[in-house]
Design a protein. Structure first.
Ligand SMILES: C[S@@+](CC[C@H](N)C(=O)[O-])C[C@H]1O[C@@H](n2cnc3c(N)ncnc32)[C@H](O)[C@@H]1O
Length: 251
């Protein structure tokens, strides 16, 4: 069988499963209570975009809760996701809410992004789904290039809390990659067969805030505001959130 899919394309099957089970998105909070909402609300205030408006790009928008929040704050929003099912759902919800949002299916690792156009590009929990160093660098460079002069990047991503030990069930390797056992791996480019079992990388949990900031800086992004948060539930990692801008002041 030819290997057709990249590891992150497994999100499509997961959206089909979740939507069939009656969920409205990745985040259990739905459209009004989702996890990133308070951070984005604060960032809209602090960046001045709530007053000024502008153009926003939502990366890994899923079923569009964050895109709707940005559009309701009067930003002109583009939402991109690898999952056709999630994008179809997002379009239907936006229409119901009478919001004009430009949703499209895209692979943020491999497809080009528009350049120099956005007042804010938001990582909607996409970055921790991209596990390989070279791919993450490529994505972060595209993020920097997507910004206009003065544009901001808002990111929230998984980070081991200071002193936190990875749970053995995460099967986390020394690079921070979390692996899951899957039934059939031969349709995934990056799946590995070990001891008769198929494994697929699923998430990257950063080991330190310094490592994340260095990763952003080598893509030309520097932080203006940083916050780390503790695990929200047992057996989950902590997190990191930040507002960043282009280090050279350009978009
Ligand atoms: C953890 S989910 C978060 C979804 C949504 N932002 C939310 O908060 O509910 C990560 C999202 O990134 C998308 N994704 C993963 N890899 C991607 C890629 N290479 N290109 C575009 N989207 C991707 C997934 O389909 C999924 O919707």
């Amino acid at each position: 069988m030819s290997k057709l899919n990249h590891y992150y394309e497994g999100h499509e099957a997961e959206y089909v499963r979740r939507i069939n089970a009656g969920h409205v998105g990745w985040d259990k909070g739905g459209y009004d209570e989702f996890f990133m909402k308070p951070f984005v609300a604060r960032s809209l205030d602090r960046s001045g975009l709530k007053r000024q408006g502008g153009r926003a790009l939502d990366l890994g928008c899923g079923t569009g809760a964050l895109s709707c929040q940005l559009a309701e704050a009067n930003l002109d929003v583009t939402g991109l996701d690898i999952s056709a099912t999630a994008i179809g759902f997002a379009k239907a919800i936006a229409e119901k809410r009478d919001l004009r949002i430009d949703f499209a299916v895209a692979d943020i690792v491999r497809d080009p992004l528009p350049t120099g156009q956005f007042d804010v590009t938001v990582d909607g929990h996409l970055l921790h789904c991209i596990v390989f160093e070279e791919e993450r660098q490529r994505v972060l460079e595209k993020v920097r290039q997507s910004l206009n002069g003065g544009g901001e990047f808002w990111v929230e991503t998984m980070l081991l809390e200071n002193g936190q030990e990875p749970d053995p069930d995460w099967h986390m390797d020394e690079r921070g990659m979390v692996w899951s056992r899957i039934d059939q791996g031969d349709q995934y480019v990056e799946a590995q067969c070990r001891d008769g079992n198929w494994w697929l990388p699923q998430r990257l949990i950063a080991r330190s805030q310094e490592a994340l900031l260095a990763e952003f800086l080598s893509a030309g992004l520097t932080a203006v505001e940083v916050e780390c948060y503790a695990p929200l539930a047992p057996l989950t990692p902590g997190g990191f959130r930040a507002r960043l801008v282009a280090a050279d002041g350009a978009g």
